[in-house]
Ligand binder design. Structure first.
Ligand code: FAD
Length: 363
């Protein structure tokens, strides 16, 4: 029997827990503090194809991460835990200068052959958009991709843990050394997964590691709009403020990207007002709406904005991952599965050497 400890049950830890629970001869214990978790605070947009980022390793991960979602949904269904957290509702991209939409289309068409998941690509008139999402304004033309999706990170984490039959132990775990071996809360485990997101430094630095991961605060508003159904698409105007509708009528507006705030989780009304002001040009109704909730979470960034995963440089029974940034819900499930395979010595779809831990974590 291999005893595996998973520290952190955001999207990565929960997916790893789910896939490890399918393996014979593996006993999994999940620990999760849960405070400030990015996965349950996230906007949930799964649409990496139109990014202007040139980092090829990152784009490959993002593309494969988006492609992995339908498979994850199937795998959950197969074990009798179908999830409604993910849905391909389509995305609308809006630009202040509408000629820039031509560039979006150009980039999308270039990537489409290897990413058929992005679906139909079209320009829509304002009337076409309004039929799909009444109340949107401030533009004549929008870019439409039918395969863009949204996911409710909090719901997906719950569904994965339930499918795994695992309830996390709710505590902030401390690691320690014992004769060159890392212990979890004083206990030895055969394998350890550190899926602690932005908190990786807090976990590893007391053991003498240097960790290049910094926190970024994100805030997001939730509204309840009764008319909203599962046919409403995600709306991505230029800037930070996106609209993400869910099938139960919840519509999220976000999210902020706040550096230099450390692990602060206070709601900042001024930042929220800025999100509303940005969205006002495209969804004038938003100004009069009362929010039903605010979520605050902490993203993890490395100094070159690249994620990493794999074994710790000097401890090959301890695998870790972090630096998922603002696309962590997109790439998190794929990385969770890669960690589950990797820790058991199996080969996945990615090579950890392309995302080396040693670039960001050292003793
Ligand atoms: C506001 C916001 C909007 C976002 N929008 C999107 C989006 O639209 N699309 C997208 O793809 N991504 C988005 N992201 C990014 C995405 O949410 C994250 O990158 C991703 O969820 C990170 O997952 P994770 O599992 O690595 O970390 P997390 O979800 O943060 O989970 C880490 C968990 O580890 C726990 N932990 C840490 N230390 C310990 C310890 N010592 N002991 C026990 N538990 C511990 C934490 O409490 C937490 O629960 C957004 C993020 C935010 C904050």
């Amino acid at each position: 029997m291999t005893r595996v400890a998973i520290i952190g049950a955001g999207i990565v830890g929960a997916t790893a827990a789910f896939y490890l629970s399918q393996e014979e001869g593996v006993e999994v214990t999940v620990y999760d503090h849960g405070v400030g978790q990015a996965s349950k605070a996230a906007a949930g947009i799964i649409s990496p194809w139109f990014s202007r980022r040139r980092n090829k390793a990152w784009y490959r991960l993002a593309r494969l991460g988006a492609d992995f979602y339908p498979r994850l949904m199937q795998d959950l269904e197969q074990v009798g835990q179908p999830s409604q957290a993910y849905e391909q509702t389509g995305v609308l991209v809006l630009k202040k200068k509408e000629e820039y939409l031509d560039e979006v289309m150009e980039r999308a068409l270039a990537k489409k052959p290897e990413s058929p998941l992005m679906g139909e690509l079209e320009f829509w008139t304002r009337d076409q958009v309004q039929q799909r999402f009444p109340g949107l304004a401030g533009f004549d033309r929008a870019f439409w991709a039918s395969g863009g999706a949204r996911v409710d990170g909090g719901v997906l984490v719950q569904d994965l843990l339930q499918a795994a039959g695992l309830e996390p132990i709710r505590k902030e775990v401390k690691l320690s050394w014992d004769q060159g071996q890392i212990l979890v809360e004083g206990q030895a485990y055969g394998k350890i997964l550190l899926t602690t997101g932005a908190w990786l430094g807090k976990v590893l630095e007391p053991l003498g590691y240097q960790v290049d991961v910094r926190p970024q605060k994100g805030q997001i508003l939730d509204y309840q709009l009764d008319e909203v159904t599962d046919t409403y698409p995600v709306v991505m105007p230029e800037g930070e403020a996106d609209l993400i509708p869910f099938r139960d009528g919840k519509v999220s507006l976000g999210a902020s990207h706040e550096n230099d705030m450390g692990f602060d989780l206070e709601v900042d009304p001024q930042v929220l007002q800025e999100l509303v002001d940005q969205m006002q040009a495209y969804y004038p109704r938003v100004t009069g709406l009362e929010a039903t909730g605010v979520r605050v979470g902490i993203r993890a960034y490395t100094s070159d904005y690249s994620p990493f995963f794999g074994p710790l440089p000097d401890q090959d029974h301890v695998w870790t991952v972090s630096g998922l940034g603002s696309t962590g819900l997109t790439i998190g499930p794929l990385l969770g599965r890669e960690l589950a395979l990797g820790i058991l010595g199996k080969t996945g779809d990615l090579d950890p050497a392309d995302y080396p831990v040693s670039r960001y974590v050292n003793r």
